[in-house]
Design a binder for this molecule. Structure first.
Ligand code: UDP
Ligand code: MG
Length: 218
């Protein structure tokens, strides 16, 4: 059957929306519970990044009245699976566009937290939205992450902070997201921080490594 208009994909952009000359993007990765959100909040305070959490954007879209993706997102998140990349990449691009339109300087600094978690997302985002400078990777053993997530689950209200979902999220992380870290590592584009210690200690190492890589005024 011939495709209808809706089925025809938008023409592929051959230039990303934002230039890395104007827009700094750091991807922030690490297993579930590695402390990405906590450390991003510290970096926002001290270096004035805009923090965009892919998971938070997906949860907001899931709860948005009239969203055609709400139910799909809900199922994917509960099962610890990766939502089809078109949705997540578009949510991120929209959020970046909002910020760039409000700030007339034409410059931007973004922490893209919990993304890209699958190779196709990484390639698509860098091709169509903006190439990232590097990945900030929080490395934490599974036992420690599980402990943190179960603790967080007591109050987070998140549908995926329970033992069953956590197990699935760990599997997705190992099978699907670590290859993304390895891909960027192969290009010399990973800054790795040990994330086992206290939040303050992890943040200290984060600052030192980022300043070593980017200079003091990033
Ligand atoms: N998620 C996704 N694509 C992304 C980022 C997140 O599908 O690019 C989904 C996925 O189901 C993941 C969930 O959102 O398990 C929660 O992500 P979040 O980053 O909030 O969790 P974290 O790992 O930081 O605890
Ligand atoms: Mg998070």
């Amino acid at each position: 059957m011939a495709p209808t208009n809706e089925q025809i994909a938008a023409p592929k952009k051959n230039v990303p929306t934002f230039s890395p000359k104007d827009v700094t993007v750091l991807f922030v990765l690490g297993g579930p519970g590695a402390g990405k959100g906590t450390q991003c909040a510290n970096l926002v305070r001290d270096y004035h990044f805009t923090h965009l959490s892919a998971g938070d954007l997906l949860r907001a879209e899931q709860n948005r009245e009239g969203s055609e993706f709400g139910n799909m997102i809900k199922e994917y998140i509960r099962d610890g699976k990766i939502v089809p990349m078109e949705v997540t990449v578009q949510l991120l691009e929209n959020a970046m566009t909002d910020v760039m339109e409000k700030d007339k300087s034409g410059k931007g600094k973004f922490l893209v937290d919990g993304f890209p978690r699958q190779m196709d997302q990484a390639l698509k985002f860098e091709e169509t939205v903006c190439p990232s400078k590097f990945v900030l990777f929080f490395d934490c053993p599974e036992a420690e992450m599980q402990k943190r997530l179960l603790e967080r689950g007591k109050t987070s209200g998140r549908s995926d902070d329970n033992a069953e979902s956590i197990k699935k999220r760990f599997k997705t992380f190992v099978d699907t997201s670590m290859p993304v870290v390895d891909y960027f590592d192969g290009q010399g584009r990973v800054v790795k921080v040990v994330a086992t210690k206290s939040p303050d200690e992890v943040y200290k190492e984060t600052r030192e490594k980022l300043e070593a890589r980017l200079g003091k005024d990033f």
